[in-house]
Design a protein around this ligand. Structure first.
Ligand code: R5P
Length: 284
């Protein structure tokens, strides 16, 4: 197998190639003066089983992925599995109002072109996988967070909203600690309100887990509730750390922020490469 990496996922692709093991090819990517992208996969992949790894955040990385798929299509690999560590637009998986695009579906349909299979990590809504007509697997990066929480001595796992309850349950199960969830209401992109709930957090180190951290508003709102009830420490954990618009400042409320390498950032302290390697084996 050859692992071909786009510019957004070099860290994860390197680790994946080490674990498999496989040869790593980092695609050449540059921008023309007008911002248009030029991509090239210069090493031969003819007859090879290829895992193309490229996350889709921010937007131009998605476009880069489409171009990389095109580059591979003419290079005669025996098989291409597209590994999308973070499936952007996963939150627009349906039409909430008349006239809207179903963004997840549009992207799934484009990604299928030139792909034999697709693997992604913690897509926001699992229903997105039904948009694929090729074998498509959604794996979870929660075990990667659990590995770090174990080292940190986390004693309770909390989801900041009902959607994330299944993640807290998974992580709690892995580190053998209790878990619970909060209820939140989103007021706008930047503001959420979290319902106060009595929790057995006094004197405990609590990890708050979510699939995505974007502005950090959800995490901070949950942390406030835990801290007001006397927690000993509070850790933020997410698979996909986007950290937009002041998130880093907001997250100073935490003792540690743990993110995976599905989106590369200063907080990417754990890797989902072992889970991706297992997922590739499952896809065959
Ligand atoms: C939404 O349901 C997601 O799971 C996250 O809770 C949300 O995307 C986090 O956004 P933010 O960090 O902006 O509050």
């Amino acid at each position: 197998m050859k692992v071909v990496s786009g510019s957004a996922s070099v860290r994860l692709a390197k680790e994946l190639a080490r674990i498999l093991p496989a040869d790593l090819i980092v695609a050449e990517v540059r921008a023309f003066a007008d911002g248009e992208l030029h991509v090239r996969v210069s090493d031969g992949v003819a007859g090879e089983d290829v895992a193309l790894v490229q996350t889709t955040y921010p937007n131009d990385k998605l476009l880069e992925l489409f171009l990389l798929q095109d580059a591979l299509a003419d290079a005669a690999p025996s098989r291409v599995t597209v590994v999308v560590p973070y499936f952007g637009y996963g939150r627009q998986d349906k039409r909430f109002q008349p006239g809207e695009a179903i963004s997840s579906r549009a992207i799934a349909k484009r990604l299928e072109i030139g792909a034999d299979a697709l693997l992604t990590v913690d897509v926001h809504n699992g229903g997105v996988m039904d948009y694929f007509d090729i074998p498509a697997l959604d794996i979870t990066g929660m075990p990667a967070l659990a590995r770090r929480f174990g080292e940190l001595g986390v004693e309770m796992v909390l989801a900041p909203d009902e959607n994330a309850a299944r993640h807290a349950e998974t992580v709690g199960g892995l580190i053998k600690m209790p878990w619970d969830y909060l209820k939140k209401e989103r007021l706008d992109s930047w503001t959420v309100e979290t319902e106060v709930k009595a929790l057995p957090v006094k004197g405990r180190c609590v990890a708050i887990v979510d699939d995505v951290v974007s502005t950090g508003g959800t995490m901070v709102s949950a942390a406030r509730i835990v801290q007001e009830q006397g927690s000993r420490g509070v850790v933020a954990g997410c698979v996909h750390g986007l950290f937009v618009g002041g998130a880093k400042e907001r997250l100073q409320a935490f003792d540690e922020v743990v993110a995976t390498d599905t989106v590369s950032s200063d907080y990417s302290v754990v890797s989902v490469a072992p889970e991706v390697a297992q997922g590739l084996q499952k896809l065959g």
